[in-house]
Design a protein around this ligand. Structure first.
Ligand code: GLY
Length: 255
């Protein structure tokens, strides 16, 4: 059960964010509207949402998920692998001090890099994707911190996706949404997987929040599969964030 979320209002510099998509620049006014609707959706799921101010120096700072890994007993502040994103984590750490005791807070240190989008929690276990943003040292440090607080972690080799959760979403009760390289991945054979067609792969980045699955608007096949698995869905439009390779999970820290 989540009670809180942290988000950050996108700044006008969102148009300069990192992207591999060929979808054009985000429309800032529309991004702000979509962000407000996203916050409202989290609130509708029962979360108290802390909204951080825009960070003018960091075009990708709205994707707060990459700056921390949170569980009830521990908060690990990351060291993003994208050089232009290093520093985003400082104001997020400040905000988290209102929720965590100093003994519960840790930081990934150089040469480790880690982005929260590469970390998928399944109960008290954390899968850590070794992506172009998260290296083996960052994963090692994270797993050591988790272990200190009674959680476990393991790494996942990956080749194609930007982040682990670009292609995976855990929907509780052993249900796992999978796309691309994670469909039929032996590490996830134990799960009841819900595979996604390539044309809807973007929608693998869903989030389960207190019994509701937030799904990006415009992916009816994925929404239908999740509902067929017995889950309630809520569609939230993220078209402007998709233009920056971002999705529903990237836009918040939920704890
Ligand atoms: N634009 C989000 C990222 O690449 O980190």
């Amino acid at each position: 059960m989540f009670t809180h979320a942290i988000v950050r209002t996108p700044g006008p510099n969102i148009t300069e964010g990192i992207t591999s998509a060929s979808l054009g620049k985000p429309d800032y006014a529309l991004a702000l509207q979509q962000h407000a609707a996203y916050v409202a959706a989290l609130q509708a799921c029962g979360l108290e949402v802390t909204v951080l101010e825009a960070a003018p120096a960091f075009p990708d700072a709205g994707f707060v998920e990459d700056t921390a890994v949170l569980a009830r007993r521990v908060a690990v502040i990351t060291r993003p692998g994208a050089p232009s994103r290093q520093g985003e984590e400082i104001s997020v750490a400040e905000a988290l001090r209102a929720f965590y005791h100093p003994d519960q807070m840790h930081c990934i240190a150089a040469p480790g890099t880690l982005e929260g989008g590469d970390v998928m929690r399944v109960e008290d276990h954390f899968y850590v994707g070794l992506s172009s943003r998260t290296n083996a040292e960052g994963a090692r440090q994270l797993i050591a911190f988790l272990d200190r607080h009674g959680y476990s972690g393991s790494t996942v080799a990956m080749q194609e996706m930007l982040h682990l959760k670009t292609g995976l979403a855990y929907l509780e009760n052993n249900r796992l949404l999978t796309a691309g390289e994670f469909i039929r991945h032996p590490l996830f054979a134990y799960f009841n997987t819900i595979p996604i067609e390539p044309q809807e792969a973007y929608a693998a980045n869903c989030i389960y929040v207190n019994g509701v699955v937030l799904v990006p608007t415009g992916y009816p096949g994925v929404q239908a599969k999740i509902e067929a698995a017995g889950l309630r869905t809520l569609a939230v439009d993220t078209s402007e964030f998709r233009k920056l390779d971002g999705g529903l999970s990237c836009l918040s820290l939920r704890f």
